[in-house]
Design a binder for this molecule. Structure first.
Ligand code: SAM
Length: 457
């Protein structure tokens, strides 16, 4: 491919080249989706947090590597990383990944294998397995479960949200062996079906979900970060405590969850007597881990301080004495400096600046700074992480205020007003990242309706 057919993408600390294409789709010559930058940015924070929690060097496999951007960013932006594999079935993706690794001066292992093969051939080697396929991850989940080692992290994306959310019921049953239900909280049910499927697949290999560190439903996809462990007794216990069903009454909006794969499920609504609909089996355990998310947020905060200090120091101590740097206006305005350091082995910080194509300027600042990364989607990341943090201890499902008000045939009061009233009355009431008009609360549907009505009349 000639240079004219290529486009340069800057993301995080890297600069990659991808073939130009009209529209993001599975038929693009090499897959790169700028809408997934948020996903990759969050992954950087999550993997760094996992690495620090596990206190060891981590080997990572990006099983569906595409242009290589994810694997290259993992190697370049995360501390304490050992081997990084970028795998893809497409020859063109492999060629691009190789070139992009060279452009960015990172050493990663590039493989062209079918996903199931690379996972099975490298059983027990990876501390982090990242599954980011087109559509459903379900075809790869057995090999992933077989491959995962104890104390590892599984990152998994699904973009077949219409199946998981219940727009198409049969595909969900076929792929996830679970019945979806298209309710107002179907994105939460969808992510729970995905987690439940992962949990049940892991169980075949005596592995289990120790914790879901973070999960989110954003734009067209769902993403889970799952701490994996091993042991038959713990696997049985995890299934017993975390797999169940959600039953929902379409008439009065009552819902409840039941624990257990084979326990009986109530058929009729205890409030209005209507026949209820069932979704599941699905994960009814926690979807967020408060401590983990708090660490991710503080990492982002401290990185900002670091970058600000670092930029000031660069401006103050180096720019004037170095004509190459002074000639670049991006640097003087602080807008485009990207820094990556490997403190353990080298106290000099290398600054890779975006000047032309790939020029590296060695600033040689002796510094005690810890390593730094660059998160372009920072505002969105912070908003999402703060929402997820709040949701960490919230009850299962949420209420959609507009749906309740339609049911009551009243106009909807402001969400903040309802939340304030619920809190005043001693109930838990928080917003959810799943919906801008959703409330997670421990009040029952009847009292919630009563409270909302009291605010309108
Ligand atoms: C959604 S893209 C990956 C995007 C990439 N992770 C990123 O963040 O930019 C999916 C990739 O999987 C590759 N692929 C599809 N089926 C595969 C299979 N069975 N085994 C390995 N790779 C596969 C495609 O060539 C494509 O590059």
């Amino acid at each position: 491919m000639s240079e004219n057919d290529m486009e340069v993408i800057r993301e995080g600390l890297v600069e990659i080249y991808v073939p130009k294409f009209e529209k993001v789709s599975a038929s693009a010559p090499v897959f790169y989706n700028s809408r997934m930058e948020l996903n990759r940015d969050i992954s950087i924070l999550a993997l760094q947090t996992f690495q620090e929690e596990s206190q060891r060097e981590i080997n990572i496999c990006d099983v569906f590597g595409g242009s290589g951007i994810r694997a290259i960013r993992y190697k370049k932006e995360i501390d304490g990383v050992g081997e990084v594999f970028a795998n893809d079935i497409s020859s063109l993706a492999i060629e691009q990944s190789k070139n992009n690794a060279i452009y960015n001066d990172v050493e990663i292992e590039i493989h062209q294998k079918e996903a199931n093969i690379i996972l099975r051939e490298n059983r027990g080697f990876f501390d982090v397995i990242d599954i980011d396929p087109f559509g459903t991850p379900s075809y790869f989940m057995d090999s992933t479960a077989y491959s995962l080692k104890k104390d590892s992290l599984l990152c998994v994306t699904a973009t077949d949200t219409s199946a998981l959310c219940g727009t198409y019921i049969e595909p969900c049953i076929r792929k996830y062996n679970a019945k979806p239900y298209k309710s107002e909280y179907c994105h939460e049910t969808g992510i729970r079906i995905l987690a439940g499927f992962v949990s049940l697949t892991l169980a075949k290999y005596k592995k289990y979900i120790e914790e879901i560190k973070l999960s989110h439903s954003s734009e067209h996809y769902m993403r889970l970060y799952i701490k994996i462990n091993k042991g038959s007794a713990q696997t049985d216990e995890s299934l017993a405590n975390n797999i169940g069903h959600i039953v929902h009454c379409k008439k009065c909006l009552y819902r409840e969850s039941t624990i257990g794969l084979t326990t009986s499920i109530p058929e009729f609504c205890p409030i209005c007597g209507e026949k209820m609909v069932v979704a599941g089996p699905l994960w009814i355990g926690k979807l967020q881990n408060h401590d983990f998310i708090a660490k991710m947020i503080s990492k982002l905060d401290s990185n900002n301080n670091l970058n600000n200090n670092l930029n000031n120091e660069i401006i103050n101590s180096n720019i004037e004495s170095n004509s190459d740097i002074r000639s670049n206006s991006n640097i003087e305005s602080n807008s485009d400096i990207m820094c990556n350091s490997n403190i353990e082995s080298n106290s000099d910080i290398m600054c890779n600046s975006n000047i032309g194509s790939n020029s590296n300027i060695e600033c040689n600042i002796n510094s005690d700074y810890n390593s730094s990364f660059k998160i372009n989607t920072e505002k969105k990341v912070l908003k999402l992480l703060n929402n997820c943090l709040e949701e960490a201890d919230a009850p299962i499902t949420f209420y959609d205020i507009h749906v309740i008000c339609r049911n009551l045939k009243i106009s909807a009061p402001k969400l903040d007003l309802i939340i304030a009233k619920l809190k005043e009355d001693g109930f838990l009431a928080i917003k959810t990242h799943f919906s801008p008009i959703g409330i997670k609360t421990d009040i029952g549907i009847e009292r919630l309706k009563y409270t909302i009505k009291s605010l309108v009349i």
